[in-house]
Design a protein around this ligand. Structure first.
Ligand SMILES: [Zn+2]
Length: 605
C-alpha cells in the first residue's frame, strides 16, 4: 500500500496539462485547455483539462479524473503502474512494496522474459532448415515475410524438448518455464514442450509483452516426419489450435489478439472489426484493414468488450459464414449491446471466412462488406427468421422472445422503443403485446452483479437529476476549502437530496474535519465508485456563475437548499394532513398543523 500522503504529494508535483499534452494536443481557452476527447469520437472538442484544478473531464462522454486516472484510462495502466510512472515524473520516491507484491512482480517479469525468449526461438526456428516446410506453407497462404515479422510468427520444432533445451541453455530453470505454460510435466518425471510441430503465433499485450501463444497445426503433408519417442501424436488430439493455458500473466478472455498492432488504427477509424481467428486478423491486416481485433479462442467476453471500448464504441462483427461462426456472432451481440457498443454484423458470402475473403478479394471489397454490414437488430432478426418458420405461430413467439432478450440489453430507451416497433412490424404482431412481454422479462431478477454492471457502464450525465443549488454548493466546497468549515455549521450532508452529492459532501466534511486539505484531484481517489469521481470532475470542470460576492452566493445557495428542503417537508406534511383528515384522526391532525405552521414560520426568518 502506498500511503495517501505520498499519492497526494505526487499529484501535487505533476502537472496534468503537461502530462496530457504529451499525448493529446491541447488548446488553451481561458483558464482551461480543450481538446477532442480521446475516449469517444467527436468533431467539436468537449474534453477539458483544468490546470488550476488538475483534473480532466469530457462533457461528451463523462470520462474524467486526475493525472492518475488519465494514465489508467488512456495508457491503460493498472493503478500501481500508473502511480509508479507518476512518481518517477514527480521525483517522489515510493516506499518499498510489500515483499509479496515484489515476489509476484519478479515472477511475472521472469515469465515475460521467458515468453520473449520463446517467441524469439520460434521465429528463428521458422527460418532454419527445419522450418522450411512451415515457412513454405505460410508463404503459400499468401502471408508476406513482412507480415510474418510484424506478428512475430514462428514455428515450434517437432520435438519433445526443442524449446526446453533451448531455454535451459539460457539458464532458465524449469519451474518458471512451466509457470509460463510452455512445458508440461510428464507422469514419469521431467517435462515436455507444450507446442510441437506447430506454427506459433504470439499473443502480445498493449505493452508489447508476449503474454501467451496460439499454435496452429501444420497441414499433414508439410509436417516434418521425425521419429518421436514415447507419446503418439494422438495424445495432442491434433486439434487445429492449441493455446497457452492461463498463467500469472495471461487470463483468457481478458486480452484481444492483434490489439497491440491495431489499437491506433481502431482509434483513427473509430471502429473495430471483430474477427474470430488469428489468421483472419493477420490476412485483413496485411490487406490494409488494420482496425481489427480477435478474441482468440473464446467467446467475446465483457472484459474484452471493455478493452475495445477504450478505443471505439463502434463494432462490426465479421465472423465465418458457417453456422458455428454465425452462432458465435449471435452470442456476442447481447454483451456488446449491454456494454453500450454500437454493433453491426457483416455477412460474408457462404464458404468464406475473413481470412480467405481478404486474400481473394482484397481491401476494397472488404471495405464494401463492412460498409454493407447490417444493424445488429436486422441481423439477428434475419438469422432467426431463417432458423424458424415465421408463418408458424409458436415459431413466431420464439423469434419474438429471442429478439426481446436482445432489445432489453440496450440501455437507450429511444433505441429500445424503435426496435420494439420494428419487431412488431417485422413479425406482424401487436406492439403492445411485445411491450408487455418485454416488461415481463425486465421484471425478472437479473442478479445484483448484472445490475451493478449496467450502472457502472452507463454514467451518462450522472448529474441529470441533481439540483443546481446542490451542485453549486459542492462545487464551491471543492474549489474553496476555506468555506467548508463555515458551511459545515449550517448544512449537513443529509440536506442534499442527491445521494451522490450527499456522499461527496459528507466526505468533504470528514476530510476537512480531520484537518486535511480538500481538493478535487485528491478526493477523486477516495471513492471506489467510479461514478463519484466522474461527478466530481464534472462539477469541477463546468463553469461556475460569474459573481464577485462569493459570500452572498454561498448564503443564497444555503438559503435555497433549506428552502427546497422545507418545501419537500411541507408537501409531505400536507399529504399526511390529507390522510389524517380522511381518517378523522383529530389529535394527529392538530400535531401536523402545528408542524406545518412552524415550517412556514422559519421561512420568514
Ligand atoms: Zn469524451
Amino acid at each position: 500500500m502506498i500511503p495517501e500522503s505520498t499519492i497526494e504529494e505526487i499529484l501535487n508535483r505533476v502537472d496534468i496539462v503537461e502530462l496530457i499534452s504529451a499525448s493529446i494536443p491541447l488548446k488553451r481557452q481561458g483558464r482551461t485547455y480543450k481538446a477532442l476527447c480521446p475516449f469517444h469520437h467527436e468533431k467539436t472538442p468537449s474534453f477539458v483539462v483544468s490546470s488550476e484544478r488538475q483534473i480532466f473531464h469530457c462533457f461528451g462522454c463523462s470520462a474524467g479524473g486526475n493525472a492518475l486516472s488519465f494514465l489508467m484510462q488512456y495508457e491503460r495502466m493498472e493503478f500501481p503502474e500508473a502511480i509508479e510512472a507518476l512518481a518517477k515524473k514527480a521525483g517522489v520516491p515510493l516506499p518499498q512494496r510489500a515483499s509479496f507484491n515484489q515476489q509476484a512482480q519478479s515472477q511475472n517479469a521472469q515469465i515475460y522474459k521467458i515468453n520473449e525468449a520463446a517467441a524469439e526461438f520460434y521465429v528463428n526456428y521458422l527460418y532454419s532448415a527445419d522450418g522450411k516446410a512451415a515457412l513454405a506453407y505460410l508463404l503459400a497462404r499468401g502471408i508476406t515475410r513482412e507480415t510474418l515479422q510484424k506478428f512475430r510468427i514462428g514455428f515450434a520444432p517437432d520435438k519433445w524438448d526443442g524449446l526446453l533445451t533451448y531455454l535451459r541453455g539460457k539458464r532458465y530453470t524449469t519451474a518458471p518455464i512451466e509457470k509460463a505454460g510452455l512445458i508440461i510435466p510428464k507422469d514419469a518425471g521431467g517435462y515436455y514442450d507444450r507446442f510441437r510441430g506447430r506454427i506459433i503465433i504470439p499473443v502480445i499485450d498493449a505493452k508489447d509483452r508476449v503474454v501467451a501463444f496460439g499454435a496452429r497445426v501444420l497441414p499433414a503433408p508439410s509436417r516434418a516426419e521425425g521419429p518421436v519417442s514415447g507419446v503418439t501424436k494422438q495424445e495432442e488430439g491434433m486439434a487445429k489450435y492449441v493455446n497457452s493455458p492461463e498463467t500469472p500473466v495471461y487470463t483468457k478472455g481478458k486480452i484481444l489478439f492483434g490489439l497491440s498492432a491495431s489499437s491506433e488504427a481502431i482509434r483513427a477509424a473509430d471502429l473495430t472489426v471483430i474477427v474470430e481467428g488469428y489468421f483472419d486478423l493477420i490476412a485483413m491486416y496485411q490487406a490494409g484493414i488494420k482496425n481489427v481485433a480477435a478474441p482468440c479462442g473464446t467467446a467475446l467476453t465483457v472484459e474484452q468488450i471493455r478493452l475495445l471500448k477504450r478505443y471505439s464504441q463502434n463494432v462490426v462483427m465479421a465472423y465465418d459464414a458457417d453456422s458455428a461462426g454465425q452462432m458465435a456472432a449471435l452470442r456476442s451481440l447481447g454483451p456488446l449491446a449491454e456494454e453500450g457498443m454500437r454493433v453491426r454484423v457483416a455477412s460474408l458470402p457462404g464458404g468464406y471466412d475473413p481470412d480467405s475473403y481478404a486474400r481473394a478479394f482484397g481491401r476494397e471489397k472488404f471495405l464494401e462488406l463492412i460498409a454493407s454490414s447490417k444493424d445488429v437488430f436486422d441481423y439477428k432478426l434475419g438469422a432467426l427468421k431463417s432458423r424458424y418458420n415465421p408463418a408458424n405461430l409458436s415459431d413466431k413467439a420464439a423469434i419474438a422472445s429471442e429478439m426481446l432478450s436482445l432489445i432489453i440489453k440496450f440501455n437507450n430507451e429511444i433505441l429500445k422503443s424503435a426496435y420494439l416497433k420494428k419487431l412488431a412490424e417485422g413479425l406482424k404482431v401487436d406492439e403492445g403485446a411485445l411491450l408487455s412481454e418485454l416488461k415481463k422479462i425486465s421484471a425478472r431478477p437479473q442478479g445484483a452483479q448484472a445490475a451493478g454492471r449496467t450502472a457502472a457502464v452507463h454514467p451518462v450525465s450522472p448529474l441529470l437529476n441533481s439540483l443546481p443549488t446542490e451542485r453549486l454548493l459542492v462545487k464551491l466546497m471543492l474549489e474553496e476549502s476555506e468555506i467548508i468549515e463555515h458551511l459545515k455549521e449550517r448544512i449537513a450532508p443529509c440536506d442534499f437530496r442527491d445521494s451522490a452529492l450527499s456522499r461527496i459532501a459528507s466526505r468533504i466534511f470528514d476530510l476537512s474535519g480531520s484537518g486535511k486539505k480538500v481538493d478535487a484531484k485528491t478526493i477523486i481517489g477516495q471513492f471506489e465508485d467510479a461514478r463519484m469521481s466522474k461527478i466530481i470532475c464534472e462539477l469541477t470542470a463546468c463553469e461556475g456563475p460569474k459573481v464577485t460576492d462569493r459570500h452572498k452566493l454561498i448564503n443564497d445557495c444555503i438559503g435555497r437548499l433549506k428552502d427546497d428542503m422545507r418545501k419537500i417537508k411541507q408537501r409531505e406534511i400536507s399529504e399526511q394532513i390529507r390522510l389524517a383528515e380522511a381518517s378523522k384522526n383529530e389529535f394527529r391532525l392538530r400535531e401536523l398543523l402545528t408542524e406545518f405552521q412552524s415550517l412556514s414560520r422559519t421561512r420568514k426568518t
